[in-house]
Design a protein around this ligand. Structure first.
Ligand SMILES: [Zn+2]
Length: 258
């Protein structure tokens, strides 16, 4: 399986080379902004690379919310980032599962996800596979607990939608990693990408703070076991730049015997 890292978007191919990465993930815009991606000067090189390219959608996106002023622009932003990702030949656009507000019915959130894919279909389909990522926090999240994930997939499973499993988010979100891959595949039928991250916070803390493999609260062998069971490409979203992420990539390759 191919292993790499989430890197700064200025020179993703250079960052990937510095880490010996076979996969690379980056943002197309400031992840905190509501901005459509701009054409990139390195688009030809990114399209031509042997490295598997993944794009992470902005954090602002919440297509599940009942708030029109966030939900409608979120759908549009998901589409424009999928178009930007397609222009780079990306294998997937990763987006967080989103949530509804306190006291609101999460069933509406699942239906809003369905409407998002309906919206995409009307535009001719999302031009890059959408990979929904599990999240660590919130009581009204669509993809924190796997029981919610099952309800989400009941709503959207007929569309071609993929899944990205983040080990930090699952653990901090209160899901046991030991059999996580089997339980997810029973729901989604697929895992397209692993975000292999340790967690600074304890099990079920609901907090989302990544750490280098072996430096946090998760048994690193458990992360290796998840990666092996999933058999999917891997991105580390860990701190420490070239040295920190390079060591995490090496750790995984060593443990996986490759
Ligand atoms: Zn992640």
């Amino acid at each position: 399986m191919r292993i790499g890292a989430h890197v700064d978007s200025t020179d993703p191919l250079g960052e990937a080379a510095a880490r010996g990465a076979e996969t690379v993930q980056f943002f197309l815009t400031d992840p905190q902004a509501w901005k459509d991606p701009e054409p990139r000067a390195d688009a030809d090189a990114v399209r031509a690379t042997d490295i598997d390219v993944y794009i992470h959608a902005p954090y602002r996106i919440n297509v599940a919310t009942l708030n029109n002023r966030i939900r409608i622009p979120s759908r549009k932003l998901l589409l424009t980032h999928a178009q930007g990702a397609a222009a780079l030949g990306a294998k997937g656009l990763i987006v967080h599962g989103g949530h509804v507000g306190k006291g609101e019915d999460v069933a509406v959130g699942f239906d809003n996800w369905r409407k998002t894919f309906e919206y995409g279909a009307k535009a001719g389909g999302f031009p890059t596979p959408i990979l929904i990522e599990n999240t660590a926090g919130g009581d009204n999240a669509c993809a924190r607990r796997f029981d919610a994930l099952a309800r989400l997939w009941e709503a959207i499973g007929d569309y071609d939608v993929g899944f990205c499993l983040d080990t930090c988010h699952a653990y901090a979100g209160g899901e046991d990693l030991l059999d996580a891959v089997d339980r997810i595949k029973a729901i989604t039928g697929r895992i397209d990408l692993i975000h292999a991250n340790d967690s600074k916070d304890p099990f079920d803390s609901g907090r989302d703070r990544h750490d280098n493999l072996g430096a946090g609260t998760i048994d690193p062998e458990l992360i290796v076991a998840v990666v092996r069971a999933a058999g999917a490409p891997v991105v580390v979203e860990t701190p420490g730049g070239v040295a920190g992420q390079g060591a995490d990539i090496e750790f995984l390759r060593d443990r996986l015997g490759r």
